[in-house]
Design a protein around this ligand. Structure first.
Ligand code: NAD
Length: 478
C-alpha cells in the first residue's frame, strides 16, 4: 500500500481530449504532519458543539456559494457536464442544514432508565478524531462532501482526497475554505492518486470510501488490518423491473433518464431492464423512441442531455460490453456508437434487445448509457434475474403500488425506487429518508442515509450509573 505518489496531476478535459490542467499532488511524505495537525485541532472542534460547528460550516457554504460560477466552470472542465454539476454545486448548503438539524437528536445523550435496579444508561458519543474520505471521479464534489459534512457536524476532523481524474474543482473548494480558517484547520482537501489514498487509509481513524469494488476491497482489507471502521460505497448493476399493469409511458420516460443521467456514469444508473414478454415489443418501441431523442451536450454544454465520457479508459469498457453483447446475439435498437466531438468522446444512449445473462452488458458494471431490455415469463423469473448479480446497490420497480412494493421487498438492493428510476441517488447522504445498506459487493458498512447514519462517525459509549447506596444484588456477599 505504501507506493510513491507521482508529484504532478495532469488532467484531461473530457470535452476536448486535451490535457489542459496540471497541479502538484500532495506528497505522501507530508501526511504525517497534516494528520498530526488535524488531530491537534479536533478537540477544539468538539468543544465548539454542534451550534458552533454549524456556524463555521454555514460560513463555508456561503463562501462556496459566492464562488458558484467558478465551481461550475471547474466541474464542467472536470466532468464535461453542466446539468449534473449544478446539482452537485448546490448540495453542500442543503446537507449542512439537514445534518445540523437532525444531529442533536441522533447524538442525544439524555439518561434513560435501564430497567435494572434504578440504573441509568447514558449514551456517550466520541467522534473519531480523523476521518479519511476518498472519492471517485463521477460526481467529484458531491461524493466527497456527502460524507465529509456529517463527519464534520459530528465533531470529526476530515481529510478528503477526491479522484485524481477530476482535480480542478478543488481550487474553488480550497479558496472557500481559506476564507473560513476555523474550518480549514479541521478539514483538509488533498489531491493525489491511489497511492496517496492508500497512505491516508494507513493513518486515519476511520474511512469512508466511494469508488470501484476493486479498490474498495483493497481499502476494506487494509482497514481491517488496522482495526478501523471502513464504510464503502461501490459499484452497481442496477436492475429495473416492469410489472404487468405498469404505466409504460411513465416507465419508459423514467428509465430514459434513470439510465442516462450523468451519461450513465452513475453508480445508481439503471443498467438492465426486465419486461413481461407480452409487453416487450411495445415497451422497447416506446423506450427507443424516447432514448433516440437524447442529444449529446455538444457543442454547448447547456444544451442536450448526455455528457462526454469523463474518464478515457471507460470508453474501452463500453466498447467491450457492446461488442461482447453483439457477438452473443444482442440487437441494437437505437444508439450503439461512441462519437467524437472536438477531442472528446460521447457514448450514444443505446437500447438493446435479445440480451441474456451470458453477456457482460447484463453482468458487469458498464458505467455508460446502456439500456438492455430482456423479456421474462414469470415474476419469479424476473426477481431471480434481477438478483442474479454480484452487485446490489439499487433497483427500480414499475407497476401497481401493492405489487411493486411486494417485489421491492424481494430484491437484493439497498435502495428501491417505485414507479420512478433513480430516487435513491437523490437522497444519498440525506438524513430524511430511511436507512439503507448496499447488498453484495456494492458496499460494506452502515447506512449513508437516515438520521442515525451520522453515528458512523462516533465511537459509542454506554455510561451506566448506579444510584443505590447499598450493595448491589449481583455482588459477592463479603
Ligand atoms: P476507483 O476505485 O478507481 O477510485 C476511487 C478513489 O480511490 C480515487 O480517489 C482513487 O485515487 C482512490 N484509490 C485508488 N487506489 C486506492 C487505494 N489502493 N487505496 C485508497 N484509495 C485508492 O473508482 P472511480 O473509477 O474513481 O469511480 C467509479 C466507481 O465508483 C464505479 O464503480 C462507481 O459505481 C463507483 N461509485 C459508487 C458510488 C456509491 O455511492 N455506491 C458512487 C459513485 C461511484
Amino acid at each position: 500500500m505504501n507506493e510513491m505518489t507521482s508529484s504532478v496531476i495532469r488532467a484531461r478535459n473530457p470535452r476536448t481530449g486535451q490535457v489542459d490542467y496540471t497541479c502538484p499532488a500532495f506528497p505522501a511524505s507530508g501526511l504525517d504532519a497534516l494528520i498530526a495537525g488535524l488531530r491537534a485541532a479536533q478537540p477544539g472542534w468538539v468543544t465548539a458543539g454542534i451550534d458552533g460547528r454549524a456556524t463555521v460550516l454555514r460560513a463555508f457554504c456561503t463562501a462556496l456559494a459566492a464562488r458558484r460560477e467558478d465551481l461550475l466552470d471547474a466541474l464542467l472542465a472536470d466532468t464535461g457536464r453542466l446539468h449534473e454539476s449544478r446539482i452537485e454545486a448546490d448540495a453542500a448548503g442543503v446537507w449542512v442544514d439537514c445534518w445540523v438539524e437532525v444531529a442533536p437528536r441522533s447524538l442525544d445523550t439524555l439518561p434513560r432508565d435501564t430497567g435494572l435496579a434504578g440504573i441509568t444508561g447514558t449514551a456517550g458519543f466520541r467522534p473519531y478524531p480523523v476521518v479519511g474520505v476518498i472519492g471517485p471521479w463521477n460526481f467529484p464534489l458531491a461524493l466527497g462532501l456527502m460524507d465529509a459534512i456529517p463527519a464534520l457536524v459530528a465533531g470529526c476532523a476530515v481529510i478528503l482526497k477526491p479522484s485524481e481524474v477530476t482535480p480542478r474543482f478543488v481550487d474553488v473548494l480550497q479558496a472557500a475554505l481559506d476564507e473560513v480558517p476555523a474550518l480549514a484547520a479541521i478539514f483538509r482537501v488533498v489531491r493525489g492518486d491511489g497511492a496517496l489514498g492508500a497512505a491516508i487509509v494507513d493513518q486515519v481513524d476511520m474511512v469512508c470510501f466511494t469508488g470501484s469494488t476493486r479498490t474498495g476491497r483493497l481499502v476494506a482489507r487494509r482497514a481491517a488490518e488496522r482495526f478501523i471502521p471502513c464504510f464503502t460505497e461501490l459499484g452497481g448493476k442496477d436492475p429495473a423491473l416492469v410489472l404487468e399493469g405498469a404505466d409504460i409511458d411513465r416507465a419508459t420516460s423514467a428509465l430514459a433518464t434513470g439510465a442516462t443521467l450523468g451519461a450513465g456514469q452513475q453508480c445508481y444508473s439503471i443498467e438492465r431492464i426486465y419486461v413481461p414478454r407480452s409487453l416487450h415489443d411495445g415497451f422497447v418501441a416506446q423506450l427507443a423512441a424516447k432514448v433516440a431523442r437524447l442529444r449529446p451536450n455538444w457543442p454547448d454544454p447547456a444544451q442536450g442531455h448526455i455528457g462526454p465520457i469523463t474518464f478515457l479508459p471507460q470508453a474501452e469498457i463500453l466498447r467491450r460490453h457492446l461488442d461482447d453483447a453483439i457477438e452473443r446475439g444482442a440487437r441494437i435498437v437505437t444508439g450503439g456508437a461512441i462519437e467524437t466531438h472536438g477531442g472528446g468522446l460521447w457514448c450514444q444512449p443505446t437500447v438493446l434487445t435479445d440480451v441474456d445473462h451470458s453477456m457482460l452488458i447484463m453482468r458487469e458494471e458498464s458505467f455508460g448509457p446502456f439500456l438492455p431490455v430482456m423479456a421474462y415469463d414469470s415474476l419469479d423469473e424476473a426477481v431471480a434475474l434481477a438478483n442474479d448479480s454480484h452487485y446490489g446497490l439499487s433497483a427500480a420497480v414499475f407497476g401497481p403500488e401493492e405489487a411493486a412494493q411486494a417485489v421491492a421487498r424481494r430484491l437484493d438492493a439497498g435502495g428501491v425506487s417505485i414507479n420512478d428510476a433513480g430516487l435513491a441517488p437523490l437522497f444519498i447522504g440525506s438524513p430524511l429518508v430511511p436507512e439503507k445498506t448496499a447488498f453484495n459487493h456494492s458496499g460494506l458498512g452502515g447506512s449513508r442515509t437516515g438520521a442515525d447514519s451520522i453515528r458512523r462517525f462516533v465511537r459509542k459509549q454506554a455510561i451506566l450509573s448506579n444510584p443505590a447506596t447499598g450493595p448491589s444484588p449481583w455482588w459477592f456477599s463479603l
